[in-house]
Design a protein around this ligand. Structure first.
Ligand SMILES: [Zn+2]
Length: 322
């Protein structure tokens, strides 16, 4: 896989910052709550998630806790010590002193920086591309996270802490925690190329990480490009899920299967309209001007995500596959 071009990402985030004037959420203020989805199965998300997401505003990182008879799984370890502690406090209340497995849905700091604060003996599970990314780009990654989430948010203290178990490209593992078998799956390129989805089959709960940001009107961020592969992954995810599945997205409260349609419809519209623009011989700049897709503009970050990130990503991807 092609590793993300960190400077391009900084430029993108830079424009997000310029656009929003401040970090999209403050890691020193977020308070996490949990929702019981089934026996031993919990979604964890920001207390204000439902209020914010309804307005299309950005929400802090979500995650999860799954408690089995022999072990406990933490899905995503949060950005800093403060948030990781809140997560562990919830986990301790629900699970007690179990063997801990922690899964990172991607290398993004708000999903993995908390790894270093896990109790001794915890086992970390990542995608092999996530470990490779952290091994090569950690310093730059923390710099750009500080740039976007601010200084004094605990990012200064983070040391690289990578996986003990690595999921290979296109692979999946089953984690038997006693009475529950979690599937940790690479469904295909979803945002970073090191994306893991976590499926708990009994309760039919799927954690998606950032691939699915939050319920409508939130939109996907094609940070590392690959419109076509991302769309393909979303469609396979949709096919995989039973009608009554519940989804814990990367940055919001619990959604249903049909909520995925919004994300798929948006990427389909981007693909169709950008494809037409390319056919008409338009430049990237002209394409950005033409492909407005106002019907998707309810997302607070639309003014950046759509023209500065997703349209260029789609344009480059569709041009390259011509
Ligand atoms: Zn995230």
């Amino acid at each position: 896989m092609k590793l993300p071009k960190i400077l391009t990402i900084i430029a993108f985030f830079g424009s997000a910052m310029a656009w929003s004037q401040e970090p999209v959420w403050d890691a020193n203020k977020v308070k996490l709550t949990h929702e019981r989805l089934a026996d031993g199965v919990y979604a964890v998300y920001s207390k204000d998630a439902k209020t914010l997401e309804a307005k299309g505003a950005p929400v802090a990182t979500s995650g999860g806790i799954v408690v089995g008879d022999n072990a406990m799984v933490i899905i995503d370890t949060m950005l800093n010590k403060r948030l990781n502690k809140q997560l562990q406090d919830i986990a301790n209340k629900q699970g007690g002193k179990h063997q801990i497995y922690a899964i990172n849905t991607s290398y993004h700091g708000d999903h993995s920086y908390g790894n270093m604060y896990l109790p001794q003996g915890s086992v970390i599970i990542q995608h092999e591309n996530t470990k490779q990314y952290v091994d090569k780009h950690f310093k730059k990654d923390t710099e750009f996270m500080m740039y976007n989430f601010g200084k004094g948010r605990g990012i200064e203290q983070i040391k690289p802490t990578t996986g003990d178990i690595l999921v290979q490209q296109g692979g999946q593992i089953t984690l038997d925690i006693g009475g529950k078998q979690l599937q940790v799956v690479d469904f295909g390129f979803a945002q970073t190329g090191g994306d893991l989805f976590v499926w708990e089959p009994n309760s039919k709960v799927m954690w998606t990480g950032n691939a699915i940001v939050a319920v409508k009107p939130a939109l996907p961020w094609l940070l590392d490009g690959h419109l076509l592969q991302t769309l393909d992954t979303f469609k396979r995810l949709y096919q995989f899920l039973p009608a009554d599945a519940r989804i814990v997205p990367g940055h919001g409260s619990v959604m249903g299967k049909e909520d995925l349609r919004w994300h798929i419809d948006y990427l389909e519209a981007v693909k169709r309209e950008v494809g037409k623009a390319i056919k008409d011989g338009l430049s990237l700049e002209e394409t950005v001007k033409r492909v407005q897709l106002q019907e998707f503009s309810g997302y607070a970050l639309f003014g950046w995500v759509h023209p500065a990130l997703n349209i260029p990503a789609a344009y480059n991807d569709l041009k390259a596959t011509k």
